[in-house]
Design a protein around this ligand. Structure first.
Ligand SMILES: C[S@@+](CC[C@H](N)C(=O)[O-])C[C@H]1O[C@@H](n2cnc3c(N)ncnc32)[C@H](O)[C@@H]1O
Length: 389
């Protein structure tokens, strides 16, 4: 069994991705999707999945009431077939058991069981520590039920390797990918991203539109440090993904921000991701962001503020977004990603859909607005009637 974790709200998009790749889906929770496969399938998933955080390969499920029972069960796994004797392992966990006050103790017990077993078999103990850049083992322990996994990703998949310059409040790459998938954009219409910050949404859109594997830039994964790693298969999977990528897009991607520094960061990040050639960068107020003919999606991720004073200041920005949609974006679908429902109301348009997400623990919504062709004219007529011109 393979369990792919994701941030809350993202699971429906992750499920869809898995089905499209031909993987069966056996279970979906708020923050994970389960599928079937071996270490070989995990390679493919690490390379191709856009919205998942970690690809976990189940090793064993067992009962353990206390740390000694945990040690005994973990010792029973044939670690000598998985971890090199001169390798390095890191154990992470999610623990909710009455005998454990600090999950680091569970990690330690688990790690001891692994290295003691390898020591017994080979007379040599692998190194261990907190670095996630080599073999990683993940323990899920709830009450007396344990599931032990190999974390084949190592570092989370959101670390694509292109965001060298984060700028302000960047969106996690995997969340940005889920937002792009939620808009349904696939590369044929235009993708307009005012307030682009470090460019994450525009870059993820480019990767989707070009059918580029999101994991292509990364040269290190947890699975590379496991004994069963099939390097030949990995190279074949990468080669196939490279062949299936498109060179260009039919539509245009426009990434704009009022901050020159943000655009400089976004340009560098896009260049690192190898997609700068399909993105037009503009320094301008969001309301001046060019919207070419032909339709598509306009996606904004404005700041949503935590301080009252700042929220008051942002009200004008949100109502301005409503005006921008009405005046410049007809024929497009408009999207606003925000964690503040009060500010969202200031957009002043009725959302067609409200898609729930979480960003850094804050409940957010991706609001979708249908901006019909001619809505500008209708709005003008409405404004004339109410005397607002
Ligand atoms: C929450 S951040 C966007 C983060 C982005 N999604 C990312 O992943 O990096 C909001 C961005 O809006 C920009 N911004 C604020 N006011 C703006 C305005 N009036 N016009 C255009 N951009 C603006 C800020 O410079 C900032 O980069």
């Amino acid at each position: 069994m393979i369990l792919i974790t994701c941030s809350k709200g993202v699971a429906p998009f992750l499920k869809e991705e898995l089905l499209l790749l031909g993987f069966p889906v056996s279970a979906v929770t708020a923050a994970s999707v389960a599928t079937e496969g071996t270490l070989d399938e995990a390679l493919r998933l690490n390379l191709l999945i856009r919205t998942g955080q970690r690809v976990l390969l189940l090793l064993k499920e067992f009962e353990a009431g206390n740390p000694d029972e945990l040690y005994r069960e973990v010792s029973g796994i044939e670690w000598e077939d998985l971890i090199e004797r001169d390798g390095y392992i890191s154990v992470t966990s999610s623990v909710d058991n009455p005998t454990i006050k600090d999950s680091r103790y569970a990690n330690l017990k688990c790690k001891d069981a692994i290295v003691d077993r390898i020591m017994e078999k080979y007379g040599r103990r692998p190194d261990s520590g907190s670095g996630k850049d080599r073999a990683v083992v993940f323990l899920y322990w709830k009450e007396s039920r344990c599931s032990l996994y190999l974390d084949t990703s190592g570092e989370p998949l959101s670390r694509r390797g292109y965001r060298k310059i984060p700028f302000e409040a960047p969106m996690q790459e995997t969340l940005a990918a889920a937002v792009v998938l939620a808009t349904g954009w696939e590369g044929s219409g235009n993708f307009i991203n005012p307030m682009c910050g470090s460019g994450t949404l525009a870059i993820e859109a480019a990767l989707v539109g070009l059918n580029r594997a999101p994991g292509f830039l990364r040269d290190n994964y947890g699975f590379m440090h496991l004994k069963g790693f099939n390097e030949r298969l990995w190279n074949e999977i990468r080669m196939k993904a490279r062949k299936e990528a498109r060179k260009d897009l039919k539509g245009r991607i426009i990434a704009a921000d009022i901050s020159y520094e943000a655009i400089e960061a976004a340009k560098k990040n896009a260049a690192t991701a190898g997609v700068a050639h399909v993105i037009d960068f503009v320094v301008c107020d969001y309301s001046e962001t060019p919207v070419p003919e032909g339709g598509g999606v306009v996606v904004l991720n404005p700041e949503y503020g935590e301080r009252m004073g700042r929220i008051k200041e942002l009200e004008g920005t949100y109502s301005g977004i409503g005006n921008y949609f009405k005046q410049k974006c007809s024929g497009y679908s408009g999207y606003v990603f925000t964690g503040n429902p009060g500010l969202a109301k200031k957009v002043g348009l009725r959302p067609k859909r409200r898609i729930p997400f979480f960003n850094s623990g804050i409940e957010c919504r991706l609001l979708e607005y249908e901006l019909y062709e001619g809505s500008r004219k209708r709005q003008k007529q409405g404004d004339e009637k109410t005397g607002i011109i």
